[in-house]
Design a protein around this ligand. Structure first.
Ligand code: KG4
Ligand code: ZN
Length: 339
């Protein structure tokens, strides 16, 4: 089943369930009409996402979340023209809930569905609304599972110029936070605690990796060893220095990310730049990106906060592009956990 390539009235339901957020959104009349997210609090106490709990919660949340997104958009399910859903990467059990639900709903409504790559969707979130970047565009994608520098070419063809060889930037924030006894996800807490703290008080080694690739596992170890040594000398070291530790860790991660993006700008000559993914919500990263843009005479794009962390608006929009490219899913398509 195929739809008209450039139908501006098209109504697309987007569904996202790759990790611990169940999300649904409606794209209709060339704009996002609803963007609903059900987050899972259960993982906080475990210091990270527990895959089995995540899939059980998705199962409970998927129907109410989809119904809420349709209601918010004022759309009946019979008005849906196509469904876009995250195929991967992510946790298999979590992905399966959204993907299988999508196939079943598409079949019952007799509409096509499209598979969306979660990481690509984070980058494409820049093109949903507001100030739209000109192409080619360089995007630093920083989330809990991915860290990449992506070049967006004409027709939304994406090239990965560099990526992490181990942990992702969000993971570095979350794991460092765990060492500081912060709840999961620690990224936003570190961001908040860093306000008015000293980012230069503690120095951590930044990883040395070739070209435009990243590595965060060495940084994680260097923070761990530093904290172990410091707490042997002073038992309450972490509690006494928590804010400065947060600010110093944030400074280290952000400076590293920005230096790689600057290198990518020099190598490509591209002066349309942006950030995407959950860590793009970080206030230090946002302000450092703005400074980088000013230094290098580049136009800087930062997506709306609700399009940075996991959401289905980006999935619905990426689905619209897939429909324009006439790339539809089939019932035999399977989810994937890694790119
Ligand atoms: O894109 P996302 O919502 O999910 C994935 O696809 O992974 O990103 C989640 C990540 C988590 O690691 C979280 O700690 C981080 O984004 N994050 C932040 C901030 N808000 C979310 N990291 C630093 N500062 C923030 N303000
Ligand atoms: Zn994500």
């Amino acid at each position: 089943m195929e739809l008209a390539k450039n139908n501006s009235q098209i109504c697309i339901l987007g569904i996202e369930s790759s990790c611990d957020d169940t999300a649904a959104a409606v794209w209709y009349n060339n704009k996002i009409c609803s963007n609903v997210i059900s987050s899972q609090k259960i993982h906080e106490e475990f210091g990270g996402v527990v895959p089995e709990y995540a899939s059980r919660k998705h199962q409970q949340n998927v129907v109410p979340t989809v119904l809420a997104s349709l209601a918010q958009a004022g759309i009946l399910k019979e008005e849906i023209d196509a469904i876009a859903c995250t195929q991967g990467p992510g946790l298999m059990g979590s992905l399966l809930v959204g993907h299988s639900f999508t196939k079943g709903l598409a079949l019952s409504l007799n509409v096509p569905y499209v598979n969306v790559d979660h990481v690509d969707a984070h980058v494409l979130a820049h093109f949903i609304d507001g100030d739209i970047p000109k192409l080619p565009f360089l995007c630093l994608l920083v989330s809990g599972g991915h860290t990449q520098i992506v070049r967006v070419n004409e027709d939304y063809i994406l090239d990965i110029l560099g990526k992490t060889i181990d942990d992702a930037a969000g993971e570095a924030f979350d794991k460092a936070g765990k060492m500081l006894n912060l709840k999961y996800p620690a990224g936003p807490i570190i961001d908040k605690l860093s306000e008015d703290a000293d980012p230069l008080k503690f120095k951590f080694n930044t990883p040395n990796v070739a070209a435009l690739d990243f590595s965060f596992s060495g940084l994680k170890t260097s923070i761990l060893y530093f904290l172990q040594k410091a707490t042997r000398q002073q038992k309450d070291f972490i509690e006494e220095n928590k804010k400065d530790l947060c600010a110093s860790i944030q400074y280290t991660i952000v400076s590293y990310l920005i230096s790689k993006l600057a290198q990518a700008m020099d190598e490509t000559g591209i002066r349309e730049i942006g950030i995407a993914g959950g860590v793009a919500a970080n206030s230090a990263l946002r302000s450092e990106l703005t400074s980088l843009g000013e230094r290098k005479g580049a136009v800087v794009y930062i997506p709306k906060f609700e399009y940075c962390t996991d959401n289905a608006a980006m999935i619905a929009f990426a689905g619209k592009i897939k429909i324009e490219q006439q790339k539809y899913g089939t019932l035999s398509d399977v989810c994937f956990t890694r790119k």
